[in-house]
Write a protein that binds this ligand. Structure first.
Ligand code: GAL
Length: 480
């Protein structure tokens, strides 16, 4: 400001002087016209220079910000390798070795072995927890996939199999998920490990890194054994969307019994994102079994339910009614015979994408990316989107399972891939694996419906031990 005023003042006398000088000169010289023209040119040049200087500040700031965005984006796409040292084989008595020869131990065996010597690699101890409330200094806004993540009260976040809603009204992100802070046990000898239903946990955040516990927004039923939400049942993968017509927050979830034979969806509603949610009912959508599921709200306000069905051999997709309280009569079978679950949908440049997992219970397996021009299909399978780590990391979705893909306003093509690293020995200690997902560039596999020409963008999920979002997202000043 000061510089500007100074320049503006000094330009006045200078221009008057130059005109006097020009006038004198013009009376006695033949060069007068050309001198006049040159002087005008000089004055114009000076004016131009002045405008340039005053704009340079703003421009350089913009360029700087753009550059740091790009540098950080490039950083996110860097391939990070993981070198995990397998532990030496344990000593066994010669008799034990004769009885049962040891099979070669793989990284997956080590992951599933509760007493593995390298368990800390997959489930780092509380000492390394991410705690946004302590002055993290250089570590602020960094995600550490697999580490314990503390909320603003210092407790590990309990939002497994979750999803995130951005609430326009409060300009706040809400993370909903399974609140599993109870003992893990087996209801049946061969059944999956389980935790009694406690409810749906909800956490709020403005920056996607600091999460405040908003409590259990849909609680289990303690006494009534016939209730869907009785603690002995199963409540998984809750997702919430906002209905602009009714002004209600609507939650959809997987409702089951301990044996996973009920295979239904459940619906609950609330006037507020932080609940309490009123549980409405459960049903088999379109009359079919429904296990792992998600809901997706499209740009035109139409929402869709996607669920694993027919013994998890295929997925079904169909629009919800306009209140989001039920499915309609329209549904399609997709990815038939592919045995996929844990669907997570997102949209990029008008195309629909989905990440799914295979069906191996709490054990990790290979993720696949799928794409479709129309959300109702046909859906094509593009291949494994995981990049980096090592081969086992890529074949196990970084020892995790998809649950949600979050778009980031202002960063087209960049998403957060949210996954669960399940700990079947102690489900409450399951970890969150959040990684950057990018959509862009040509897919590298020719696809069924595109006659050999890749129609879709490549979807990539990059492994990072430590990473953060670019630009304003990684600074203290959030522009939401
Ligand atoms: C997985 C599923 C989880 C949970 C688990 C139980 O296949 O994705 O949500 O249901 O099985 O074993």
């Amino acid at each position: 400001m000061v510089t500007k005023i100074k320049r503006a003042n000094s330009s006045k006398p200078m221009s008057r002087n130059s005109f006097v000088f020009l006038a004198r000169f013009s009376s006695g010289s033949r060069c007068s016209t050309s001198t006049l023209v040159w002087s005008l040119v000089v004055v114009l040049l000076m004016l131009h220079l002045y405008t340039l200087i005053s704009h340079t500040d703003v421009q350089s700031k913009e360029i700087h910000r753009d550059m740091s965005h790009r540098i950080l984006l490039r950083e996110l796409e860097e391939v990070e390798e993981e070198n995990i040292q397998m532990p030496p084989p344990r000593k066994r008595s010669p008799r034990a070795a004769k009885r049962k020869p040891r099979r070669p131990t793989t990284l997956i065996d080590e992951f599933l072995d509760e007493s593995s010597q390298i368990r800390h690699v997959f489930f780092p101890t509380i000492k390394t927890a991410v705690d946004p409330m302590v002055d993290a200094g250089n570590d602020s806004f960094y995600y550490y996939p697999g580490r314990i993540w503390l909320d603003t009260e210092g407790n590990p976040i309990q939002a497994h199999g979750g999803g995130i809603l951005y609430d326009e009204k409060s300009r706040t992100y809400y993370w909903y998920g399974e609140y599993k802070d109870g003992p893990t046990y087996h209801a049946h000898k061969k059944g999956a490990a389980r935790v009694d239903v406690i409810g749906v946990g909800c956490y709020s955040s403005k920056d996607l890194w600091t999460w405040k516990n908003e409590g259990i927004v849909l609680a289990a039923e303690e006494r009534n054994e016939t209730h869907d939400l009785h603690k002995s049942n199963v409540l998984e993968r809750p997702k919430v969307i906002y209905n602009d017509r009714t002004g209600k927050y609507v939650m959809w979830m997987h409702i089951d019994d301990a044996n996973y034979t009920k295979a239904s969806i459940g619906v609950a509603i609330s006037d507020s994102p932080t609940g309490p949610f009123d549980y409405l009912y459960s049903k088999r959508p379109h009359g079919f079994e429904s296990r792992d599921m998600t809901i997706f709200k499209d740009d035109d306000g139409v929402a869709y339910l996607v669920y694993s069905s027919e013994d998890n051999t295929e997925l079904h997709i169909g629009p919800l009614d306009e209140n989001y309280l039920d499915v309609t009569h329209v549904a399609r079978r997709i990815l038939v015979g592919q045995h996929r679950e844990a669907p997570a949908l997102f949209k990029h440049e008008g195309t629909y994408y989905m990440i799914t997992s295979g069906c191996t219970g709490w054990a990790p397996n290979e993720a696949l990316a799928h794409a479709a021009e129309s959300i109702m299909g046909p859906w094509e399978t593009m291949g494994n989107p995981c990049i980096g780590g090592n081969k086992v990391f890529r074949l196990t979705t970084f020892f995790a399972q998809s649950t949600f893909v979050l778009p980031l306003p202002g960063l087209p093509g960049l998403f957060i891939f949210m996954a669960d690293r399940w700990n079947p020995a102690d489900l409450r200690d399951s970890r969150y694996v959040w990684l950057p997902l990018t959509a862009g560039g040509a897919a590298d596999q020719p696809l069924d419906y595109s006659f050999g020409f890749p129609l879709w963008s490549r979807v990539s999920i990059y492994w990072h031990k430590r990473w953060r979002l670019p630009g304003e997202w990684s600074g203290m000043k959030m522009k939401l």
